[in-house]
Design a protein around this ligand. Structure first.
Ligand code: HPA
Length: 245
């Protein structure tokens, strides 16, 4: 079996519990990854780690080289990838600090290099994306939450927005009408590229704010950072349990 890889998002430029074995840049046909891929041990199991926004969080969501990142993780031996996702909550179940394993996604991003099936470096192909996330890895995340005693919402439709700005209240109302529960800026094209590369991919989301227009106040980075800090230890405990499973 291949390795479990974790893509860290906001709040996770490193994994404190990871004992590093090696960290090396990987050449890809798509250019540079966000950072070197770290191979290390989490709960004494070998895993790979890649911080999506770079080691010093310098890459905004629309400038992340998703193709290079996913390609490099597969080249380094990954067969499963968990994408960590700090998100805004849209529907009532998804308030700040709620953990969720989304089961659907709607892509509102644009202008991103979103496919390896571009007819240039890769041939023309059309992946099935009916279920955008890997069922086995979603179940592993849910089982790990149960094991460490974390409550988690076992579903949710993720709205992937372009960013880097947050949304207007009307945009969030539209996402809600479309059936979205949570909103983030990095879920796509990460999930579809993983499918194109035959990687089993799941998103592990944690809510860091009510989405625009949902709380009666403006969204501040202070609020987001405070909620992020409250989630980190809980998310790490779940990741360790997944690594061991
Ligand atoms: N919108 C988009 N992305 C986000 C949000 C949000 O409210 N919170 C965290 N990531």
């Amino acid at each position: 079996m291949g390795l479990l890889a974790i893509i860290g998002g906001s709040g996770f430029t490193s994994l404190p519990a990871l004992t590093q074995i090696e960290s090396k840049p990987i050449d890809t046909p798509y250019g540079a990854t966000s950072a070197s891929v770290t191979r290390g041990r989490l709960a004494d199991r070998e895993v790979l780690f890649l911080p999506r926004h770079g080691p010093s969080h310098h890459l905004p969501p629309h400038r992340v080289n998703y193709r290079a990142n996913l390609w490099a993780l597969r080249a380094a031996g990954a067969d499963r990838v968990i994408g960590l996702a700090a998100v805004g909550g849209i529907t009532s179940e998804f308030g700040p600090c709620v953990l969720a394993v989304p089961d659907q996604v709607i892509d509102y991003t644009h202008g991103r290099e979103h496919t390896i099936h571009d007819g240039i470096t890769g041939g023309v192909d059309h992946i099935d994306f009916t279920e955008p996330y890997c069922a086995a890895l979603r179940q592993a995340l849910l089982a790990a939450c149960a094991q460490v005693g974390e409550t988690v919402v076992p579903r949710g439709t993720y709205a992937a927005t372009q960013g880097p700005r947050l949304e207007s209240a009307a945009e969030i109302q539209r996402h809600e009408r479309d059936g979205c529960d949570i909103v983030g800026m990095t879920g796509m094209p990460e999930a579809s590229l993983a499918r194109e590369l035959d990687l089993c991919y799941a998103s592990f989301a944690f809510v860091v704010n009510w989405a625009a227009g949902k709380s009666g106040s403006v969204i501040t980075m202070k609020e987001i950072e405070e909620n992020l800090a409250r989630c980190v230890t809980r998310v790490l405990a779940v990741l360790e349990a997944v690594a061991v499973a």
